[in-house]
Design a protein around this ligand. Structure first.
Ligand SMILES: O=P(O)(O)OC[C@H]1O[C@H](OP(=O)(O)OP(=O)(O)O)[C@H](O)[C@@H]1O
Ligand SMILES: O=C(O)c1cc(=O)[nH]c(=O)[nH]1
Length: 214
């Protein structure tokens, strides 16, 4: 496993963003682990998170005009990412996020920040499980005639979406774009193996047997 992946897992465990237990997912699945990006909740955490995202974007070398972070957890992620791109990579990238409920006064609408109309859009979020959230975002992009350049997330849970493919594989096929992640479930399993975390490992593996992609 590459060292930045191990660093990211340690960072997430220290901040209790990554936890083991019993969690109900948006999809209704009961998972023995959960990634709650909302617990990257200090300036220092966000600055570091932004650097991980910015570096992953630079490595991926994709072309895009604007970065979009879906509400809610995508909002601090996109903010931290563009700050890190500016401060550490000298890149000034516009960003945008949505409101979950449209605003009917003032500037109105459901998008905040830069326009995504007719633009190539890079989407950032925390996790993709069954792909519901990302499909909601795709509707926003389609309404704005935007083209999805790629998706960057913290954790690819490598779970089946609506069929046998993972939600990420479905997105790649449907939108012809790259989906990249800082870590995957496979990385997490390697980490647990290397650190001898036997109980967590057996539960995570059992969950993978039930919902993981083959
Ligand atoms: O792939 P999915 O099955 O959709 O699950 C993953 C999504 O679920 C969570 O968001 P949620 O919609 O709970 O919103 P939040 O960002 O407001 O917490 C998470 O932040 C992902 O966006
Ligand atoms: O599938 C989800 O709802 C989900 C999984 C996860 O690990 N983290 C999260 O915020 N949501």
């Amino acid at each position: 496993m590459k060292s930045y992946k191990r660093q990211f897992i340690q960072f997430a465990l220290e901040r209790e963003v990554l936890r083991f237990g019993e969690f109900t997912l948006k999809s209704g699945r009961k998972s023995p682990y959960f990634f709650n990006a909302g617990l990257f909740n200090t300036g220092k955490d966000l600055a570091l998170l932004g650097r991980f995202y910015a570096e992953a974007l630079i490595d991926a070398n994709l072309e895009y005009d604007v970065i979009f972070g879906p509400a809610y957890k995508g909002i601090p992620i996109v903010s931290a990412t563009v700050v890190a791109l500016s401060e550490h990579h000298n890149l000034e990238i516009p960003y945008c996020f949505n409101r979950k409920e449209a605003k009917d006064h003032g500037e109105g609408g459901n998008l905040v920040g830069s326009s995504i109309k007719d633009k190539r859009v890079m989407l950032v979020d925390d996790v993709i499980t069954a792909g519901t959230a990302i499909r909601e975002s795709m509707q926003i992009l389609e309404d704005n005639h935007s083209k999805l350049s790629g998706v960057l997330i913290s954790l690819d849970r490598q779970e089946k979406g609506r069929g046998e493919l993972s939600a990420i594989q479905e997105i790649k096929h449907a939108y012809h774009c790259d989906v990249i992640s800082i870590i995957t479930l496979t990385d997490l399993i390697h980490y647990l193996e290397q650190d001898g975390k036997v109980d967590e490992l057996s539960q995570v593996k059992a969950y993978r047997d039930q919902y993981g992609i083959k």
